[in-house]
Design a protein around this ligand. Structure first.
Ligand code: FES
Length: 374
């Protein structure tokens, strides 16, 4: 039997009125800075208005910063989980010579504002549901996997998770206590740590050296049955790929992510492509060119087939924000007012955004005359 005292009075409950974020440009405030290890900090961000940060664990955001008078964009995976939705965290290692990571460590403080684009990304645990996961991370590559682990742990998922994290030394292990805590609380989460070397004064009972096939077999004998997510430096991920292939693993179930400075090679390639496009442009008939009109600024230009919307904007001195240049980060998203474009993206835009007429300007090529809202 229930009594009136035990029946919830609907007047006593206020539905949550906060908004949720969607992929776009957001102004955030840093609400906390936490030292994780000697060279890694976690920056926690919240919005001015209460905003709930739902995203798929493993996704990333792109920071828009101004450093020494220059606009700089850089992508970082979110380390927190959407199960704690009133803030989100980025965990950043200070890289030697790293422009953005050094700036964040040296300048970003509690109370500071920051512009963030996102969240986006296909490397996430929601789009690849499984009963069994293997998470493999090297160094600060642990961040997206930590987001996934926190999500599965917080939501009391039945999925079995084996998490193998490799670090240089024991003092470089990020989230060590939290990972141990998760391991100690439930029987479907197991953490294994591999330290490349152990220094004088440190005690270490985990694996030593690099992750190799013998260690992988000990850590995860049923690897062939698992969905594998891997994030770390390229040599680490290459070694993991080689190990999995040698075991006959179905690579359709392997997912990897790496982030860092945009490789110089990609920048050079873009410059070369622009030079070639310029030469081709000069050889083309006027009728072969496509007109790109930017409706908000009232500027237009004629470009050669194959040139991107972003390149067209750059010719006019319009600076559409851009970070990855590869259709990953979503920073360069614009709306097509009229005309058709061919877009080859890598997950930086959602189906809903495409449906609404948005495109990623860095990887979208007009197939005729187009009007762009910018
Ligand atoms: S710049 Fe990253 S998607 Fe275009």
């Amino acid at each position: 039997m229930t009594t009136s005292a035990s029946i919830p009075n609907s007047d006593a409950f206020q539905p949550v009125q906060t908004q949720t974020w969607v992929n776009g440009r957001h102004v955030m405030r840093c609400v906390r800075v936490i030292d994780e290890t000697w060279d890694v900090k976690t920056f926690v961000f919240a919005a001015e208005q209460p905003l709930m940060f739902f995203f798929k664990p493993g996704q990333f955001v792109t920071l828009e910063l101004e450093i020494e008078g220059e606009q700089v964009m850089r992508s970082y995976t979110i380390s927190s989980s959407p199960s704690v939705p009133y803030s989100f965290s980025l965990t950043i290692k200070k890289l030697p010579g790293g422009l953005v990571s050094s700036w964040m460590h040296d300048h970003m403080q509690q109370g500071d504002e920051l512009v963030v684009h996102g969240p986006v990304g296909r490397f996430n645990v929601i789009d690849y549901p499984s009963d069994k996961y293997l998470f493999l991370s090297g160094g600060v590559g642990v961040t997206p996997l930590m987001s996934m682990a926190r999500w599965l742990f917080d939501t009391n998922s039945d999925a079995n998770v084996v998490f193998a994290h490799s670090a240089r030394t024991p003092r470089d292990i990020i989230y060590r206590r939290e990972l141990d805590h998760m391991d100690s609380r439930v029987d479907n989460f197991t953490i294994h740590t591999v330290a490349e070397r152990v220094e004088i004064g440190q005690t270490w009972n985990g694996y030593r050296g690099f992750l190799d096939i013998d260690k992988l077999n000990m850590i995860c004998p049923d690897v062939l049955e698992r969905e594998v997510f891997c994030c770390g430096p390229e040599p680490y991920m290459r070694a993991v790929r080689d190990m999995l292939k040698s075991l006959g693993f179905d690579m359709a179930r392997y997912h990897e992510e790496s982030f860092g400075e945009i490789p110089a090679a990609a920048e050079e390639q873009a410059i070369e492509q622009a030079d070639v496009a310029q030469e081709e442009h000069e050889a083309l008939e006027a009728s072969d060119l496509h007109s790109v009109e930017f409706t908000e600024t009232g500027k237009s230009v004629r470009i050669a087939p194959g040139e991107t919307i972003h390149a067209a904007a750059t010719k006019l001195g319009l600076h559409i924000p851009k970070a990855c240049g590869m259709g990953i980060c979503g920073t360069c998203r614009v709306k097509v007012v009229s005309g058709d474009v061919a877009m080859e993206h890598n997950g930086g835009i959602t189906d809903d955004e495409i449906e609404a007429g948005d495109v990623l300007s860095c990887c979208s090529v007009p197939t005729g005359n187009v009007q762009i809202e910018y």
